[in-house]
Ligand binder design. Structure first.
Ligand SMILES: [Zn+2]
Ligand SMILES: [Zn+2]
Length: 123
């Protein structure tokens, strides 16, 4: 059975990402190169812009409503996690549910994680 086109791109909420056609003018040799390599120009353009503005654009729904808290940088529109931050104390990356934010009982510092505070010493 032949499939008709590719499945639509969905954001973290399962909503379809609405798309627009844009025309770009690029050197012919570059266009030929992309064609020879079989590179999808729409995908390439989207990937490059997303990488350039990594912390300003949601990679799932392309919203610019980006927020951050102690644990992560995330999209306020579709709730996608853009990146997990590192613990301020030990620089370990937060990786829920394995490495979460924690505070020490003795309040020797304010912001830590499971990696640097043993279970029994967490608040
Ligand atoms: Zn999003
Ligand atoms: Zn830590």
């Amino acid at each position: 059975m032949a499939s008709v086109g590719r499945p639509p791109e969905l954001d973290s909420n399962g909503d379809i990402v609405v798309k627009s056609l844009v025309n770009v003018t690029i050197p012919t040799k570059l266009a030929n190169f992309l064609k020879e390599k079989g590179i999808n120009r729409s995908r390439l353009f989207t990937d490059v812009v997303s990488k350039m503005f990594e912390e300003e654009l949601c990679p799932k729904c392309y919203s610019t409503k980006i927020a951050e808290n102690i644990l992560r940088v995330h999209c306020r529109e579709c709730e996608a996690t853009i990146k997990f931050k590192n613990c301020e104390n030990c620089k370990s990356k937060y990786q829920p549910p394995f490495n979460m934010f924690a505070q020490p009982k003795d309040k020797s510092f304010e912001k830590g994680c499971y990696d640097c505070i043993p279970d029994e010493d967490r608040q």
